[in-house]
Ligand binder design. Structure first.
Ligand code: ZN
Length: 243
């Protein structure tokens, strides 16, 4: 089975649609949360996800949008974008977001989570120490996570410290089953690694390999709708530079 592992769409339909052009041989789409928040097309992004055979967990922005967590826990731009998003969500979108679980195990070897296995809603895995601590919080071989908007592959062999595995775009990385893996596909709708192109992973569950994809999209289209929607200018500008 070939699976597109995506995360942090953030209501950026243009980025999502462009990414999906690479989904032609994909059997399923696994989404790691933050479907909404920041961007200008929450309902459309949700509807687009539903077109695929998908599984999805909730991210902090999805929970914030439906009032399951307080807006006070978000930074100012996040709060403003969520205050814009919530009243615009259709009833069907609200129901969809409210039903998202915090964790999924779609295959016996794979866990899906938004933040971290230890704290799925808020923890950022952005240091090796935090990654190391989190390896004992999942029982599968692989855990896909999002939230940092930063693509990374972390590998932990028994009795060793975890390490970062280098990868290049379109290069197939085989996941040896002697190790455990924490893997972040990066963000579809708001990349933060200095590359503005949408970021995701193709996971081959038979070969047990991942391949990173980066897809350029019409950033100006998303920015224009954000301007018309009066979303915060910082959120508009950052899309151009991928930070
Ligand atoms: Zn996010």
């Amino acid at each position: 089975m070939l699976i597109a592992v995506i995360s942090d769409i953030h209501s950026n339909l243009a980025a999502f649609e462009a990414s999906a052009e690479e989904f032609e041989n994909v059997d399923q789409v696994w989404c790691l949360g933050d479907i909404v928040g920041y961007g200008p097309q929450p309902n459309e992004s949700l509807e687009f996800l539903k077109k695929f055979s998908y599984q999805s967990v909730a991210g902090n922005h999805d929970l914030g949008a439906v009032g399951k967590i307080s807006l006070r826990d978000f930074n100012l731009e996040g709060q403003r974008a969520l205050s814009w998003t919530t009243p615009r969500l259709k009833a069907s979108s609200l129901l969809f977001l409210e039903a998202l679980p915090l964790k999924l195990i779609p295959l016996p070897e794979v866990t899906l989570i938004h933040g971290s296995p230890r704290e799925p809603v808020w923890e950022y895995i952005h240091t090796l120490d935090i990654a190391e601590a989190n390896f004992s919080y999942f029982t599968t071989l692989v855990c896909f996570f999002g939230h940092t908007h930063f693509p990374v592959i972390l590998k932990k062999l028994p009795g060793k410290s975890c390490q970062i595995v280098q990868f290049r775009e379109d290069e197939e990385v085989f996941l040896m089953k002697e190790a455990k893996w924490l893997i972040n596909p990066g963000s579809i709708g708001q990349p933060r690694d200095g590359n503005p192109n949408a970021s995701f992973i193709l996971f081959d569950s038979e070969k047990f390999s991942v391949k990173y994809k980066r897809v350029p999209y019409d950033i100006k289209r998303t920015q224009e709708i954000m301007r018309q929607s009066r979303l915060p200018s910082l959120l508009i500008q950052r899309l151009s530079v991928g930070i």
